[in-house]
Design a binder for this molecule. Sequence first.
Ligand code: SPV
Ligand code: MG
Length: 432
Amino acid sequence: MKTVYVAMSADIIHQGHLNVLNEARKFGDVIVGLHTDDVIRGYWRNPIMKYEERKEVVSNIKGVVSVIPQDSLDQVPNIREIKPDYVLHGDDWKEGVQKVLRDKVIEAIGEWGGKLVEVPYTQGVSISKLDEELAQIGITPQMRMKSLKELIYSKKPVRILEAHNGLTGLIVEKTKVEKEGRIKEFDGMWISSLCDSTAKGKPDIELVDLTSRLNTINDILEVTTKPIIVDGDTGGQIEHFVYTVKTLERLGVSAIIIEDKTGLKKNSLFGTAVVQTQDTIEHFSDKIRAGREARVTSDFMIISRIESLIAGAGMEDAIERAKAYIEAGTDGIMIHSKEKNGEEIIKFCRRYNGFENKVPLVVVPTSYNFMKEDELIELGVSVVIYANHLIRSAYPAMVNTAKSILENGRSKEASINCMPIKEILTLIPGGM
Ligand code: SPV
Ligand code: MG
C-alpha cells in the first residue's frame, strides 16, 4: 500500500478537512502530520482543542492510519523521515506566504521520487466565521484563566491591549489584520487602573474601589473569551489582597499585576515628579507569598511589578527586587520605565537574561513606543502590554465631535467623522 502525507491543524474540523482526507485515501494509507499546539499558537491563536484531543478526532476519520506531531509549519522534517509516496495539500498554497512551504516540499519529495498532489480548496468554509460562532458560545472561567499561561509558555510575544468596557473588550477580542500572510490579533486584555479610572472620570490613585473595578471586569468578561490581566495597583493591604486574588481567580481572570509601591499610589508615568514610595522587599515578598497561598490553582498568575526605575531607586535596586520576588514565588516580573529612549529597559532585560532563575518578563512600552515587538522578543520579553491606547485615541475624537457641534450649531460637520447610524445599529449582533 502506498502512503500519503497530509499536514493540518484540524482545530475546528469542517468539510474542507474531510474533502482533503477523502481525496488522500484514494492514493493510499493516510498519515496526518498534525500541527502541535505551539505551531498553531505561533501562526494563529491558542488552539480550541489541544493536540491530544485533535489527534483523537483525526485518528478516527476513515483512511487515516496514523497521526504524528508536526512541530513546524514546514512539513519537510517529517516527510524526509517518512518518505511518503505522496504529499497531498489543498491548491490554495500556490500563492502568498505558503508558497515557500510548497516549494520546500517539491524540492524534498523529489529526493525519493514522491509526488505532490494538489486538490481543489473547499470553497465556502470560513474559519473566521466558525471562530466567531465559537466565541459567541463563550468560554468557561477555568479555560479562559489558564489560556494566558499556555500562551506565555508557547508564543512570543503575548500581545495585550487595554480595555475599559464591553465595547473596548470587543475591539481587543475581534480586531485582526493580515500581515505577511499571517493573521495578527491581540492575545488578551489589560484592565488598566489608569484607563478604568479615567473612564469613570476619576484620578488613578486607587480611588476606584474593587467593587467598581469588578463591574468593569464583569462587563468585559461577559462579551469576550480572551484572557484578562488585571492591573491590581499596589494590591492594597495583604489582608485585602488575598480576597482580591480569590475573587479574580473565581471569575476566570488570568493574572493580576501588583506594583511594589505603598502610600497614596500615583501613576508611574509621573515618575519622580510626584512622591513615589516603594514598599520594602520583605513586605512586598510577603504580599506575593500571601497571594500565592490564596489562589486555588497555579493557573492564576501573580505578577510583580518593579517600580525602582520609576521611583528613581536605580538599576541595582530593580535587579535585587527581581531576584527577591522570584524567590518569593512570583509568576512573572513586570519592569516599568518612563524613559523615552528605552535604554534602561534594554539594560534591565540584558541583566535579567543572565539570571539563573527566571520567570516570564512583562513590559509596558508606553514611553519607549518606538521599540518594536521583535526587538522586545530579542530582549527576552514574553508579554507586551499596550496599556492605554484605546482610551487615549477615543478621547480626542470625542472632544473634537463635541467642539464641532458647538461651533456649527448642528451635527452635520461632526457626522463626517462618525460611524454611520446603520453601522452602529448592527455593530453588536442581536439588536434587530
Ligand atoms: C496602567 O495602565 O494603569 C498602568 C501602567 O499601571 S502605567 O499607566 O504606565 O503606570
Ligand atoms: Mg495602573
